[in-house]
Design a protein around this ligand. Sequence first.
Ligand code: EPZ
Length: 420
Amino acid sequence: MSKFVINGGKILSGEVNISGAKNSALKLIAASILADKKITLSNVPIIEDVNTMVKVLRILGAKVSLDEKNGKILIDPSSIDSFEAPYELVRKMRASILVAGPLLSKFGSVKVAIPGGCNIGSRQIDLHLKGFEFMGTKNSLEHGYVHAKATAKKLKGAVIDLDFPSRGATENIMMAACLAKGKTVINNAAREPEIADLSNFLVSMGADIQGAGTDCIIINGVKKLSGTNYKIMPDSIEAGTFITAAALCGKEVKVNGAVSKNLDLFLLKLKEIGINIDIIDNNTIIIKENGAFNPVHISTLPYPGFPTDLQPIIAVLLSIISGVSIITENVFENRFMYVDELNRMGANIKIDGHHAIITGVGKLSGAPVSACDLRAGAAMVLAGLAAEGITEVLGIHHIQRGYENFDKKLSLLGADIKKE
Ligand code: EPZ
């Protein structure tokens, strides 16, 4: 099993370019099923999860070519002849469930493995299934698969009130509504920037969607969707990861492609901590060497709240700030798995239910640690950059799922990190 070996304490400086957003790219690849003609996606991050989603589309019968050198994908969905997403791929990547909405909208049928839980929580799909039922499917669960079938020729538009602003449910229902008969309204919709990116992509194919990015999205079904060329938005979570790395051990680091308006609350919290941040334009953020830091309280919430995906990342920064910081995790039920690993590096964090009470320590010390999941793994790397001595991060396949050339980008900033 490969690992990262990090010799901590190096000062980071220079520029880093942010890649395309994983949590938009995966949905746009799935949404391509809806098109009648070829789709070209650019600014595609070359990461493991994109390879998995490409495999899912190929299993459905689509022709997909991935140009890794130029970060482009060409998808021809016209040859799709299967509507089943197999367990071995859904188990590997929960986002595979997002082929359900497009397959139902275009073909009226889908059989998809129920994604198991993962390290951060149970990851239910009840809101997805309830939305499909409102649009006229009959859902049956058997042998670990959900089989959803439209009872009429086409799905029908419906008013759907989400109990929770689930991103996946919002995305799946929005895609299901594109070719449905009539109007669909999604109330209490998720508002993440990636939802707007998916809507812009669908509209560029001829979909009729208003309100993406707000909590009420209206979709009027159309007869068909054509091909398009589309550039994927930058990855806010990757940007937040590098901004935090710079805050931890940077002299002056320029992060290019970090759309600051997508990171509002995160950047406000960093300023409250005392991090010296310049926002040059909407896309460039400079972090300069800092003075004293202050402890803070952070609560994760659906967008525009503090992003849960940056919770493990900011915890590393808070772990070396004197005083007591508190993180409350409101989105997932089990997203503190990384704390035991961080405490092995000398951090002093106590978990009390949904709260992490972080008492800052002067320094972290390098140690062999494990990546429990994608963002926890990135947090371990950042801890290694800031720690004294050598840190080995095992299980880096988790990190490679969602960060493009993570170690290379950090090395270019001056980190001493090697993959073994
Ligand atoms: C997306 O997951 C992201 N993944 C996650 O990023 C991110 O952490 C999460 O949104 C929250 O922002 C992708 O976009 C591929 P949800 P998703 O549906 O869509 C519960 C990363 O690191 N829920 O908003 O699965 C669910 O159990 C990953 O890049 C239901 O109860 O998130 C969870 O507690 C990790 N029933 C909460 O809602 C449902 O039907 C948030 O889920 C759906 C969700």
